[in-house]
Design a protein around this ligand. Structure first.
Ligand SMILES: Cc1cc2nc3c(=O)[nH]c(=O)nc-3n(C[C@H](O)[C@H](O)[C@H](O)COP(=O)(O)O)c2cc1C
Ligand SMILES: [Mn+2]
Length: 480
Protein backbone atom coordinates (compact mmCIF):
# COMPACT_ATOMS: atom_id res chain seq x y z
CA UNK A 1 0.00 0.00 0.00
CA UNK A 2 1.28 3.45 -0.90
CA UNK A 3 0.54 5.90 1.94
CA UNK A 4 -1.46 8.85 0.61
CA UNK A 5 -3.15 11.40 2.87
CA UNK A 6 -3.43 14.35 0.59
CA UNK A 7 -2.99 15.70 -2.92
CA UNK A 8 0.68 16.63 -2.53
CA UNK A 9 1.54 13.12 -1.31
CA UNK A 10 -0.32 11.72 -4.29
CA UNK A 11 1.59 13.98 -6.70
CA UNK A 12 4.90 12.98 -5.05
CA UNK A 13 3.98 9.28 -5.37
CA UNK A 14 3.26 9.74 -9.07
CA UNK A 15 6.51 11.63 -9.57
CA UNK A 16 8.58 8.94 -7.80
CA UNK A 17 7.18 6.36 -10.21
CA UNK A 18 7.82 8.44 -13.35
CA UNK A 19 4.10 9.00 -13.87
CA UNK A 20 4.20 12.79 -13.49
CA UNK A 21 6.08 15.41 -15.48
CA UNK A 22 6.85 18.94 -14.29
CA UNK A 23 6.64 21.74 -16.83
CA UNK A 24 9.07 24.53 -15.94
CA UNK A 25 8.37 26.80 -18.92
CA UNK A 26 6.07 29.75 -18.26
CA UNK A 27 2.53 28.93 -19.29
CA UNK A 28 -0.61 31.07 -19.48
CA UNK A 29 -3.42 29.67 -17.33
CA UNK A 30 -5.96 30.80 -19.92
CA UNK A 31 -6.29 28.27 -22.77
CA UNK A 32 -2.56 27.51 -23.12
CA UNK A 33 -2.36 25.34 -20.00
CA UNK A 34 -5.43 23.27 -20.87
CA UNK A 35 -4.30 22.91 -24.47
CA UNK A 36 -0.94 21.46 -23.38
CA UNK A 37 -2.86 19.13 -21.04
CA UNK A 38 -5.42 17.95 -23.61
CA UNK A 39 -2.70 17.31 -26.19
CA UNK A 40 -0.76 15.34 -23.57
CA UNK A 41 -3.87 13.34 -22.65
CA UNK A 42 -4.63 12.49 -26.29
CA UNK A 43 -1.07 11.17 -26.60
CA UNK A 44 -1.48 9.12 -23.38
CA UNK A 45 1.09 11.32 -21.67
CA UNK A 46 1.86 11.63 -17.93
CA UNK A 47 0.18 13.70 -15.23
CA UNK A 48 1.42 17.28 -15.36
CA UNK A 49 2.39 19.92 -12.84
CA UNK A 50 2.80 23.41 -14.28
CA UNK A 51 5.35 24.98 -11.95
CA UNK A 52 5.43 28.34 -13.68
CA UNK A 53 1.90 29.59 -14.20
CA UNK A 54 2.37 33.16 -15.42
CA UNK A 55 1.53 35.66 -12.67
CA UNK A 56 1.30 33.09 -9.83
CA UNK A 57 3.55 31.24 -7.47
CA UNK A 58 1.00 28.46 -7.07
CA UNK A 59 1.54 25.43 -9.35
CA UNK A 60 -1.30 23.55 -11.08
CA UNK A 61 -1.72 19.77 -11.21
CA UNK A 62 -3.72 18.44 -14.18
CA UNK A 63 -4.31 15.08 -15.96
CA UNK A 64 -3.84 13.33 -12.62
CA UNK A 65 -6.00 10.23 -13.25
CA UNK A 66 -5.68 9.74 -16.98
CA UNK A 67 -4.17 6.22 -16.96
CA UNK A 68 -4.91 3.01 -15.06
CA UNK A 69 -1.44 3.29 -13.44
CA UNK A 70 -2.18 6.72 -11.98
CA UNK A 71 -5.61 5.57 -10.90
CA UNK A 72 -3.97 2.60 -9.13
CA UNK A 73 -1.61 4.94 -7.26
CA UNK A 74 -4.57 7.12 -6.19
CA UNK A 75 -6.04 3.97 -4.65
CA UNK A 76 -2.75 3.26 -2.86
CA UNK A 77 -1.68 0.43 -5.19
CA UNK A 78 1.44 0.04 -7.29
CA UNK A 79 0.78 0.38 -11.06
CA UNK A 80 -0.34 -2.86 -12.73
CA UNK A 81 -4.03 -3.55 -12.12
CA UNK A 82 -6.48 -2.96 -14.97
CA UNK A 83 -9.47 -0.67 -14.58
CA UNK A 84 -11.90 -3.57 -13.93
CA UNK A 85 -9.50 -4.90 -11.30
CA UNK A 86 -9.46 -1.49 -9.61
CA UNK A 87 -13.26 -1.31 -9.84
CA UNK A 88 -13.51 -4.71 -8.17
CA UNK A 89 -11.42 -3.31 -5.33
CA UNK A 90 -13.77 -0.28 -5.14
CA UNK A 91 -16.75 -2.64 -5.10
CA UNK A 92 -15.26 -4.95 -2.45
CA UNK A 93 -14.09 -2.17 -0.11
CA UNK A 94 -17.31 -0.17 -0.23
CA UNK A 95 -19.42 -3.31 0.19
CA UNK A 96 -17.40 -4.46 3.21
CA UNK A 97 -18.43 -1.49 5.37
CA UNK A 98 -17.95 2.26 5.63
CA UNK A 99 -15.45 4.10 7.86
CA UNK A 100 -16.55 7.50 9.29
CA UNK A 101 -14.08 10.42 9.54
CA UNK A 102 -12.17 11.50 12.67
CA UNK A 103 -11.88 15.08 13.91
CA UNK A 104 -8.44 16.63 14.39
CA UNK A 105 -7.61 19.97 15.98
CA UNK A 106 -4.68 20.95 13.82
CA UNK A 107 -5.41 21.27 10.16
CA UNK A 108 -2.86 22.23 7.52
CA UNK A 109 -5.62 23.86 5.53
CA UNK A 110 -6.52 26.18 8.42
CA UNK A 111 -2.97 27.62 8.63
CA UNK A 112 -3.82 30.57 6.42
CA UNK A 113 -7.18 32.27 6.76
CA UNK A 114 -8.33 35.15 4.60
CA UNK A 115 -11.32 37.18 5.71
CA UNK A 116 -12.94 40.57 5.03
CA UNK A 117 -11.36 42.46 2.14
CA UNK A 118 -8.75 39.71 1.72
CA UNK A 119 -11.40 37.30 0.46
CA UNK A 120 -10.50 37.09 -3.21
CA UNK A 121 -10.66 33.82 -5.10
CA UNK A 122 -8.48 35.38 -7.84
CA UNK A 123 -5.59 34.74 -5.48
CA UNK A 124 -5.52 31.25 -7.06
CA UNK A 125 -4.63 30.38 -10.68
CA UNK A 126 -8.05 29.06 -11.81
CA UNK A 127 -7.73 28.42 -15.55
CA UNK A 128 -9.98 28.98 -18.54
CA UNK A 129 -9.93 25.65 -20.38
CA UNK A 130 -11.64 26.06 -23.79
CA UNK A 131 -12.31 29.18 -25.89
CA UNK A 132 -16.10 28.90 -25.64
CA UNK A 133 -16.13 28.37 -21.86
CA UNK A 134 -17.92 31.08 -19.93
CA UNK A 135 -14.83 32.02 -17.92
CA UNK A 136 -12.37 30.68 -15.36
CA UNK A 137 -13.36 27.76 -13.19
CA UNK A 138 -12.10 27.50 -9.63
CA UNK A 139 -13.82 24.15 -9.44
CA UNK A 140 -13.46 21.24 -11.82
CA UNK A 141 -11.94 18.93 -9.20
CA UNK A 142 -13.36 20.91 -6.25
CA UNK A 143 -16.24 19.47 -4.25
CA UNK A 144 -18.95 21.16 -2.25
CA UNK A 145 -19.43 20.14 1.38
CA UNK A 146 -22.85 20.76 2.96
CA UNK A 147 -24.97 19.26 5.70
CA UNK A 148 -28.58 18.08 5.73
CA UNK A 149 -30.28 20.36 8.31
CA UNK A 150 -32.63 17.57 9.41
CA UNK A 151 -30.46 14.46 9.61
CA UNK A 152 -26.95 15.89 9.96
CA UNK A 153 -25.76 13.90 6.94
CA UNK A 154 -22.70 15.52 5.34
CA UNK A 155 -22.62 15.39 1.54
CA UNK A 156 -19.64 15.96 -0.73
CA UNK A 157 -20.44 16.60 -4.40
CA UNK A 158 -18.23 17.67 -7.29
CA UNK A 159 -20.04 20.44 -9.14
CA UNK A 160 -18.26 22.88 -11.43
CA UNK A 161 -17.54 26.29 -9.92
CA UNK A 162 -17.06 29.34 -12.09
CA UNK A 163 -15.48 32.51 -10.70
CA UNK A 164 -18.10 35.27 -10.81
CA UNK A 165 -16.77 37.86 -8.37
CA UNK A 166 -13.83 37.94 -5.93
CA UNK A 167 -16.13 36.53 -3.24
CA UNK A 168 -18.65 34.59 -5.31
CA UNK A 169 -18.46 31.39 -7.37
CA UNK A 170 -21.25 29.62 -9.25
CA UNK A 171 -21.87 26.05 -8.08
CA UNK A 172 -23.77 24.25 -10.77
CA UNK A 173 -25.47 21.36 -9.00
CA UNK A 174 -28.16 20.01 -11.28
CA UNK A 175 -31.66 19.21 -10.12
CA UNK A 176 -31.84 15.98 -8.20
CA UNK A 177 -28.21 16.03 -7.04
CA UNK A 178 -27.68 15.63 -3.30
CA UNK A 179 -26.75 19.28 -2.72
CA UNK A 180 -29.95 20.27 -4.55
CA UNK A 181 -32.07 18.12 -2.19
CA UNK A 182 -30.29 19.64 0.79
CA UNK A 183 -30.54 23.25 -0.45
CA UNK A 184 -34.31 22.79 -0.91
CA UNK A 185 -34.57 21.91 2.80
CA UNK A 186 -32.81 25.13 3.78
CA UNK A 187 -35.08 27.07 1.42
CA UNK A 188 -38.17 25.56 3.06
CA UNK A 189 -36.81 26.77 6.41
CA UNK A 190 -36.12 30.23 5.02
CA UNK A 191 -32.38 29.78 5.69
CA UNK A 192 -29.17 30.04 3.72
CA UNK A 193 -27.12 26.85 3.38
CA UNK A 194 -23.66 26.88 4.98
CA UNK A 195 -21.28 25.37 2.44
CA UNK A 196 -17.61 24.96 1.60
CA UNK A 197 -15.88 24.44 -1.73
CA UNK A 198 -12.87 22.19 -1.15
CA UNK A 199 -9.90 21.63 -3.43
CA UNK A 200 -7.59 18.74 -2.64
CA UNK A 201 -7.30 16.53 0.39
CA UNK A 202 -7.13 12.80 -0.26
CA UNK A 203 -7.50 12.49 -4.07
CA UNK A 204 -10.15 9.83 -3.44
CA UNK A 205 -12.37 12.61 -2.05
CA UNK A 206 -12.64 14.05 -5.56
CA UNK A 207 -13.29 10.58 -6.91
CA UNK A 208 -16.02 9.77 -4.39
CA UNK A 209 -17.65 13.18 -4.54
CA UNK A 210 -17.93 12.85 -8.32
CA UNK A 211 -19.83 9.59 -7.89
CA UNK A 212 -23.46 8.98 -7.01
CA UNK A 213 -23.06 7.12 -3.74
CA UNK A 214 -26.63 7.23 -2.46
CA UNK A 215 -28.69 9.82 -0.66
CA UNK A 216 -27.97 9.85 3.07
CA UNK A 217 -24.50 8.31 2.71
CA UNK A 218 -21.47 10.51 3.26
CA UNK A 219 -18.67 10.44 0.72
CA UNK A 220 -16.32 10.94 3.71
CA UNK A 221 -17.28 7.45 4.93
CA UNK A 222 -16.81 5.99 1.45
CA UNK A 223 -13.28 7.39 1.25
CA UNK A 224 -12.60 5.95 4.72
CA UNK A 225 -13.60 2.54 3.34
CA UNK A 226 -11.61 2.94 0.12
CA UNK A 227 -8.49 4.12 1.96
CA UNK A 228 -9.13 1.75 4.86
CA UNK A 229 -8.53 4.52 7.34
CA UNK A 230 -10.71 7.44 8.45
CA UNK A 231 -10.52 10.79 6.68
CA UNK A 232 -9.16 13.47 9.03
CA UNK A 233 -11.51 16.43 9.26
CA UNK A 234 -11.35 19.81 10.96
CA UNK A 235 -14.56 21.23 12.39
CA UNK A 236 -15.00 24.72 10.98
CA UNK A 237 -15.87 27.40 13.51
CA UNK A 238 -17.54 29.41 10.72
CA UNK A 239 -19.82 26.92 8.98
CA UNK A 240 -19.76 24.03 11.44
CA UNK A 241 -18.82 21.75 8.55
CA UNK A 242 -16.21 18.97 8.78
CA UNK A 243 -13.52 20.00 6.30
CA UNK A 244 -10.78 17.64 5.09
CA UNK A 245 -7.82 18.75 7.22
CA UNK A 246 -5.28 18.08 4.46
CA UNK A 247 -7.11 20.05 1.78
CA UNK A 248 -5.20 22.59 -0.31
CA UNK A 249 -7.79 25.37 -0.46
CA UNK A 250 -11.28 25.86 0.99
CA UNK A 251 -13.80 28.59 0.15
CA UNK A 252 -16.25 28.85 3.03
CA UNK A 253 -19.55 30.65 3.13
CA UNK A 254 -23.15 30.03 2.24
CA UNK A 255 -25.50 29.45 -0.66
CA UNK A 256 -28.62 31.61 -0.65
CA UNK A 257 -31.42 29.64 -2.38
CA UNK A 258 -33.02 32.95 -3.34
CA UNK A 259 -29.91 34.43 -4.95
CA UNK A 260 -29.12 32.37 -8.06
CA UNK A 261 -26.54 33.30 -10.70
CA UNK A 262 -25.82 33.24 -14.39
CA UNK A 263 -23.00 30.81 -15.11
CA UNK A 264 -21.35 28.65 -17.77
CA UNK A 265 -20.94 27.18 -20.17
CA UNK A 266 -18.11 24.73 -19.58
CA UNK A 267 -17.02 22.06 -22.07
CA UNK A 268 -18.75 19.04 -20.58
CA UNK A 269 -17.64 15.43 -20.25
CA UNK A 270 -19.73 14.41 -23.25
CA UNK A 271 -17.50 16.62 -25.38
CA UNK A 272 -20.31 19.15 -25.98
CA UNK A 273 -21.79 22.25 -24.39
CA UNK A 274 -25.20 22.61 -22.78
CA UNK A 275 -26.52 26.15 -23.02
CA UNK A 276 -28.49 26.51 -19.85
CA UNK A 277 -26.90 29.42 -18.04
CA UNK A 278 -29.53 30.86 -15.72
CA UNK A 279 -30.58 30.23 -12.16
CA UNK A 280 -27.61 28.31 -10.87
CA UNK A 281 -26.75 28.29 -7.18
CA UNK A 282 -23.84 30.51 -6.10
CA UNK A 283 -21.52 30.33 -3.11
CA UNK A 284 -20.92 33.63 -1.31
CA UNK A 285 -17.45 33.34 0.19
CA UNK A 286 -16.90 34.62 3.72
CA UNK A 287 -13.52 33.06 4.41
CA UNK A 288 -10.74 31.39 2.42
CA UNK A 289 -8.50 28.78 4.02
CA UNK A 290 -5.34 27.44 2.43
CA UNK A 291 -2.23 25.50 3.24
CA UNK A 292 1.23 26.95 3.04
CA UNK A 293 2.28 26.60 -0.61
CA UNK A 294 -0.92 25.09 -1.90
CA UNK A 295 -1.16 23.07 -5.11
CA UNK A 296 -4.06 23.99 -7.39
CA UNK A 297 -5.81 21.04 -9.08
CA UNK A 298 -7.69 21.18 -12.36
CA UNK A 299 -9.24 18.73 -14.81
CA UNK A 300 -9.77 19.29 -18.53
CA UNK A 301 -13.34 17.84 -18.58
CA UNK A 302 -14.39 18.07 -22.33
CA UNK A 303 -14.01 15.20 -24.82
CA UNK A 304 -12.86 11.75 -23.67
CA UNK A 305 -10.48 10.58 -22.38
CA UNK A 306 -9.49 12.62 -19.35
CA UNK A 307 -9.74 12.41 -15.56
CA UNK A 308 -13.52 12.58 -15.39
CA UNK A 309 -13.97 9.65 -17.81
CA UNK A 310 -11.39 7.60 -15.94
CA UNK A 311 -12.95 8.24 -12.57
CA UNK A 312 -16.44 7.61 -13.91
CA UNK A 313 -15.17 4.37 -15.49
CA UNK A 314 -13.79 3.31 -12.11
CA UNK A 315 -16.71 4.29 -9.92
CA UNK A 316 -19.57 3.53 -12.30
CA UNK A 317 -18.08 0.10 -13.04
CA UNK A 318 -17.66 -0.40 -9.27
CA UNK A 319 -21.25 0.69 -8.60
CA UNK A 320 -22.77 -1.55 -11.29
CA UNK A 321 -20.63 -4.47 -10.15
CA UNK A 322 -21.74 -3.89 -6.58
CA UNK A 323 -25.39 -3.94 -7.71
CA UNK A 324 -24.94 -7.16 -9.71
CA UNK A 325 -23.33 -8.83 -6.69
CA UNK A 326 -26.04 -7.66 -4.29
CA UNK A 327 -28.71 -8.86 -6.73
CA UNK A 328 -26.98 -12.23 -6.30
CA UNK A 329 -26.51 -12.75 -10.02
CA UNK A 330 -23.94 -15.52 -10.44
CA UNK A 331 -21.05 -15.80 -12.83
CA UNK A 332 -19.98 -12.14 -13.10
CA UNK A 333 -16.33 -12.27 -14.18
CA UNK A 334 -15.68 -8.61 -14.94
CA UNK A 335 -17.46 -5.35 -15.67
CA UNK A 336 -16.26 -2.30 -17.62
CA UNK A 337 -17.71 1.06 -18.50
CA UNK A 338 -15.16 2.23 -21.09
CA UNK A 339 -13.67 5.71 -20.57
CA UNK A 340 -14.07 6.20 -24.34
CA UNK A 341 -17.84 5.89 -23.77
CA UNK A 342 -17.42 8.91 -21.46
CA UNK A 343 -17.14 6.45 -18.57
CA UNK A 344 -20.93 6.39 -18.64
CA UNK A 345 -23.10 5.35 -21.64
CA UNK A 346 -22.06 1.73 -22.35
CA UNK A 347 -21.38 -1.20 -20.04
CA UNK A 348 -19.59 -4.41 -20.94
CA UNK A 349 -20.02 -7.46 -18.70
CA UNK A 350 -18.10 -10.71 -18.99
CA UNK A 351 -19.94 -13.73 -17.55
CA UNK A 352 -19.49 -17.43 -17.02
CA UNK A 353 -22.89 -18.63 -18.30
CA UNK A 354 -24.73 -21.03 -16.02
CA UNK A 355 -28.21 -21.36 -17.51
CA UNK A 356 -30.24 -20.35 -20.59
CA UNK A 357 -31.19 -16.67 -20.46
CA UNK A 358 -28.32 -15.81 -18.09
CA UNK A 359 -26.77 -13.24 -20.46
CA UNK A 360 -30.06 -11.40 -20.92
CA UNK A 361 -30.67 -11.43 -17.18
CA UNK A 362 -27.32 -9.67 -16.73
CA UNK A 363 -28.16 -7.10 -19.41
CA UNK A 364 -31.54 -6.38 -17.85
CA UNK A 365 -30.01 -6.21 -14.38
CA UNK A 366 -27.52 -3.52 -15.46
CA UNK A 367 -30.32 -1.49 -17.06
CA UNK A 368 -32.45 -1.78 -13.90
CA UNK A 369 -29.67 -1.21 -11.35
CA UNK A 370 -29.24 1.97 -9.30
CA UNK A 371 -25.66 2.29 -10.50
CA UNK A 372 -26.36 1.65 -14.18
CA UNK A 373 -29.88 2.67 -15.15
CA UNK A 374 -29.16 6.35 -15.64
CA UNK A 375 -28.40 7.18 -19.29
CA UNK A 376 -27.03 3.78 -20.27
CA UNK A 377 -27.48 3.26 -24.00
CA UNK A 378 -26.28 -0.28 -24.21
CA UNK A 379 -25.00 -3.32 -22.36
CA UNK A 380 -22.75 -5.78 -24.15
CA UNK A 381 -22.55 -9.21 -22.53
CA UNK A 382 -19.63 -11.47 -23.48
CA UNK A 383 -18.46 -14.91 -22.40
CA UNK A 384 -15.81 -15.40 -19.72
CA UNK A 385 -13.00 -16.05 -22.20
CA UNK A 386 -13.12 -12.33 -23.03
CA UNK A 387 -12.37 -9.81 -20.25
CA UNK A 388 -14.80 -6.89 -20.16
CA UNK A 389 -12.00 -4.43 -20.91
CA UNK A 390 -10.58 -6.49 -23.79
CA UNK A 391 -12.10 -4.30 -26.49
CA UNK A 392 -10.43 -6.33 -29.28
CA UNK A 393 -12.07 -9.44 -27.86
CA UNK A 394 -15.40 -7.65 -27.58
CA UNK A 395 -15.24 -6.73 -31.27
CA UNK A 396 -14.49 -10.34 -32.07
CA UNK A 397 -17.54 -11.49 -30.07
CA UNK A 398 -19.71 -8.87 -31.78
CA UNK A 399 -18.55 -10.31 -35.09
CA UNK A 400 -18.72 -14.03 -34.36
CA UNK A 401 -21.21 -14.60 -31.51
CA UNK A 402 -23.76 -11.85 -31.93
CA UNK A 403 -26.70 -12.17 -34.32
CA UNK A 404 -28.76 -8.95 -34.40
CA UNK A 405 -31.97 -10.81 -35.27
CA UNK A 406 -31.57 -13.24 -32.34
CA UNK A 407 -29.65 -11.46 -29.61
CA UNK A 408 -30.55 -7.77 -29.60
CA UNK A 409 -33.13 -6.42 -27.11
CA UNK A 410 -34.39 -2.85 -27.39
CA UNK A 411 -35.74 -0.89 -24.46
CA UNK A 412 -36.11 2.66 -23.14
CA UNK A 413 -34.98 4.32 -19.92
CA UNK A 414 -33.84 7.42 -18.08
CA UNK A 415 -31.69 9.81 -20.08
CA UNK A 416 -29.29 12.56 -19.04
CA UNK A 417 -29.91 16.21 -19.89
CA UNK A 418 -26.34 16.33 -21.16
CA UNK A 419 -26.91 13.75 -23.94
CA UNK A 420 -26.40 15.57 -27.26
CA UNK A 421 -27.93 12.70 -29.27
CA UNK A 422 -31.34 13.72 -27.90
CA UNK A 423 -33.09 16.93 -28.97
CA UNK A 424 -32.79 19.97 -26.72
CA UNK A 425 -35.76 20.27 -24.39
CA UNK A 426 -36.63 16.56 -24.65
CA UNK A 427 -33.88 14.72 -22.90
CA UNK A 428 -35.90 12.65 -20.47
CA UNK A 429 -35.95 9.20 -22.08
CA UNK A 430 -33.28 7.46 -24.15
CA UNK A 431 -33.46 4.28 -26.21
CA UNK A 432 -31.21 1.50 -24.95
CA UNK A 433 -30.23 -2.00 -25.89
CA UNK A 434 -28.86 -5.27 -24.65
CA UNK A 435 -26.39 -6.90 -27.01
CA UNK A 436 -26.00 -10.53 -26.08
CA UNK A 437 -22.67 -11.46 -27.64
CA UNK A 438 -22.37 -14.81 -25.87
CA UNK A 439 -22.48 -18.24 -27.49
CA UNK A 440 -26.00 -19.43 -26.52
CA UNK A 441 -25.77 -21.62 -23.42
CA UNK A 442 -28.52 -23.89 -24.68
CA UNK A 443 -26.88 -24.72 -28.01
CA UNK A 444 -25.87 -28.35 -27.95
CA UNK A 445 -23.53 -27.92 -30.84
CA UNK A 446 -21.32 -24.91 -30.19
CA UNK A 447 -18.94 -23.37 -32.74
CA UNK A 448 -15.54 -24.98 -32.40
CA UNK A 449 -12.86 -22.46 -31.51
CA UNK A 450 -9.20 -22.39 -32.37
CA UNK A 451 -7.38 -22.79 -29.04
CA UNK A 452 -3.82 -22.70 -27.79
CA UNK A 453 -2.61 -25.71 -25.87
CA UNK A 454 -2.96 -24.93 -22.14
CA UNK A 455 0.11 -26.94 -21.12
CA UNK A 456 2.22 -25.29 -23.78
CA UNK A 457 1.02 -21.85 -22.64
CA UNK A 458 2.12 -22.68 -19.09
CA UNK A 459 5.48 -23.90 -20.38
CA UNK A 460 6.03 -20.80 -22.49
CA UNK A 461 5.13 -18.54 -19.56
CA UNK A 462 7.56 -20.41 -17.33
CA UNK A 463 10.49 -19.73 -19.67
CA UNK A 464 9.37 -16.31 -20.89
CA UNK A 465 12.64 -14.70 -19.81
CA UNK A 466 14.50 -16.86 -22.34
CA UNK A 467 12.71 -15.10 -25.19
CA UNK A 468 14.07 -11.70 -24.21
CA UNK A 469 10.85 -9.70 -24.49
CA UNK A 470 11.00 -7.97 -21.09
CA UNK A 471 8.36 -5.39 -21.96
CA UNK A 472 5.68 -8.08 -22.27
CA UNK A 473 4.23 -9.56 -19.08
CA UNK A 474 3.02 -13.02 -20.16
CA UNK A 475 0.49 -13.03 -17.34
CA UNK A 476 -1.24 -9.91 -18.62
CA UNK A 477 -1.85 -10.92 -22.22
CA UNK A 478 -5.55 -10.78 -23.01
CA UNK A 479 -7.36 -13.56 -24.87
CA UNK A 480 -5.19 -16.60 -24.15
C1 LIG B 1 -15.05 17.39 -13.30
C2 LIG B 1 -16.48 17.13 -12.93
C3 LIG B 1 -17.42 18.13 -13.08
C4 LIG B 1 -18.75 17.92 -12.73
N1 LIG B 1 -19.63 18.94 -12.84
C5 LIG B 1 -20.89 18.79 -12.41
C6 LIG B 1 -21.77 19.89 -12.41
O1 LIG B 1 -21.40 21.01 -12.76
N2 LIG B 1 -23.04 19.70 -11.98
C7 LIG B 1 -23.47 18.48 -11.54
O2 LIG B 1 -24.63 18.38 -11.13
N3 LIG B 1 -22.66 17.39 -11.55
C8 LIG B 1 -21.38 17.54 -11.96
N4 LIG B 1 -20.53 16.46 -11.95
C9 LIG B 1 -21.06 15.14 -11.61
C10 LIG B 1 -21.26 15.00 -10.10
O3 LIG B 1 -20.01 15.16 -9.47
C11 LIG B 1 -21.86 13.65 -9.71
O4 LIG B 1 -23.16 13.55 -10.26
C12 LIG B 1 -21.90 13.39 -8.21
O5 LIG B 1 -22.62 12.20 -7.98
C13 LIG B 1 -22.54 14.53 -7.46
O6 LIG B 1 -22.51 14.29 -6.05
P1 LIG B 1 -23.85 13.92 -5.27
O7 LIG B 1 -24.24 12.54 -5.76
O8 LIG B 1 -23.45 13.92 -3.84
O9 LIG B 1 -24.87 14.95 -5.63
C14 LIG B 1 -19.18 16.65 -12.27
C15 LIG B 1 -18.22 15.64 -12.13
C16 LIG B 1 -16.88 15.87 -12.44
C17 LIG B 1 -15.89 14.78 -12.25
MN1 LIG C 1 -23.75 12.40 -2.38
Amino acid sequence: MIAINDLQMFAASLEERGLLHRIKAPVDRDLELAHVAVMGERAKGPALIFDNVIGFDIPILISAFTSPSRMAVALGMEPGPSMPELSRLWMERTTAGLIPPVTVNNAMVAKNQLTGDDVDVNHFPAPQLYPKDGGRFFGTTAYLVCRDPETGWVNLGTYRMQILEPNRVGVQFLQGKDADHILKKYKARGEKMPAAAVLGGDPLLFLASATFIGTGISELDIVGALRQKPVEVWQSDLTGLPLPAGAEIVLEGHIDPDDPCHEGPLGEYTGYYTHDHWSKPALKIQRILHRDQPLFWSCTVGKPVNDIHMLQCLSRTGGIWHDLETMKIPGIESVYVPPEACGWFWTIVSIRQMYPGHANQVGNAVLASSGGHHATKGVIVVDHDIAADDLSGVWWALSTRFDPSRSLTLDQGRATKLDPSLPYGDRHITGRMIINACIPYEWEEKPEQVELDAEMVAKVKARWADFDMPDIDPNRIMGI
